[in-house]
Design a protein around this ligand. Structure first.
Ligand SMILES: [Zn+2]
Length: 266
C-alpha cells in the first residue's frame, strides 16, 4: 500500500513539476525580464543536476515524508486540524497559510544563523535568476526543511491531501517567483496583493545587503508586509541590478560538485 501510494504521489508531483517547469521555461524564452549573464547550458546543467540529487535524496531518506506523517497523524489524531476536526474545505487554505508563515520564518532563520546561512547561501550564489534557481537548494538544506515540515505536520495535523496540495503549490510558486518572465508592471502590482511575484522576490537575490534582507516570502506576499521586511523596488533597475553574493561572483566555473562544496567555503 505504502509503495503504491509513494509511487502515485511521486508521479503526480513529477508530472506537475515538469509541466510547470516547461511552461515557465517557454515564457522565459518568449518574454525574458533580464538578459542572462551566464552560459545558460552550464547553469541549467548544474542547477538541474542539483534538483535531481535533491529529489533522489529525499525519496531515499524520507520517502513520503509529509504525506506519510500526515497519514500517521490522522490515524493517531495528532495535530490541531485533527483535534479540532476542521472540515477539509477550510483545512487546506488554513494549512497553506500557516505552512507559508512557517516557511517565511524558516527562511529568515536560514539567513540569520551562520551555519544555516552556509547551507542556504548556495541558492543565492546563482548569478542569474530564472526557473532553475527556484529548485537550486543545497541537499542539506532540503533535508533540514523536510524535517521541519514533518514537525509542522505533527503539530498542525493536515490530511495527506492537504499536505500534498501545499507541497505542490509551494513548488509551483517557487518556480514562478524565481522565473525570468517579464510581467507588465500593472499586472505585477495586482498579483502582489495575493502572491509573491518574480520582481518582488528577485530583490531578495540582489547583491545589495539591504535589499538581500528583504522579501523573504515564498508564496504569499503578506508576511513581508506584516513583519516589515517588504521592499517594493530595488535601488537599481530590475534589469540591471546585480544578483548573487559578494565573494562568490568571480568564480565562473559552475558545476554541481563545486556547488555542493560551497557550504565549506568561507
Ligand atoms: Zn534567501
Amino acid at each position: 500500500m505504502n509503495d503504491y501510494l509513494d509511487d502515485s504521489v511521486s508521479s503526480l508531483r513529477l508530472a506537475v513539476f515538469l509541466s510547470v517547469f516547461l511552461l515557465l521555461a517557454l515564457f522565459e524564452l518568449l518574454f525574458p525580464r533580464r538578459k542572462l549573464a551566464e552560459s545558460k547550458v552550464q547553469r541549467w546543467s548544474a542547477n538541474i543536476a542539483i534538483s535531481v540529487v535533491n529529489t533522489i535524496l529525499v525519496r531515499v531518506t524520507l520517502p513520503l515524508a509529509g504525506v506519510g506523517m500526515a497519514l500517521l497523524a490522522q490515524e493517531k489524531n495528532w495535530g490541531l486540524i485533527n483535534l479540532l476536526d476542521v472540515p477539509a474545505w477550510l483545512a487546506i487554505p488554513v494549512f497553506l497559510l500557516l505552512f507559508d508563515l512557517a516557511i517565511y520564518w524558516q527562511h529568515r532563520l536560514f539567513h540569520k544563523v551562520p551555519l544555516l546561512w552556509r547551507l542556504h547561501r548556495m541558492h543565492h550564489t546563482d548569478l542569474d535568476y530564472d526557473v532553475t534557481t527556484g529548485n537550486r537548494f543545497h541537499p542539506a538544506s532540503i533535508l533540514l526543511s523536510a524535517v521541519i515540515k514533518i514537525g509542522l505536520v505533527v503539530v498542525l495535523g493536515p490530511s495527506p491531501v492537504t499536505i500534498l496540495v501545499a507541497e505542490i503549490v509551494l513548488n509551483i510558486t517557487s518556480m514562478f517567483n524565481h522565473s525570468n518572465i517579464d510581467i507588465p508592471a500593472k499586472i505585477d502590482r495586482f498579483l502582489r496583493f495575493f502572491i509573491v511575484t518574480p520582481d518582488m522576490h528577485r530583490i531578495h537575490h540582489s547583491v545589495n545587503g539591504a535589499e538581500h534582507n528583504r522579501n523573504f516570502g515564498f508564496n504569499f506576499p503578506w508576511w513581508d508586509r506584516l513583519f516589515d521586511t517588504y521592499l517594493d523596488q530595488p535601488a537599481m533597475q530590475q534589469q540591471t541590478m546585480d544578483i548573487g553574493i559578494d565573494g562568490f561572483r568571480t568564480d565562473r566555473s559552475i558545476n554541481p560538485i563545486s556547488l555542493l562544496l560551497q557550504p565549506f567555503q568561507k
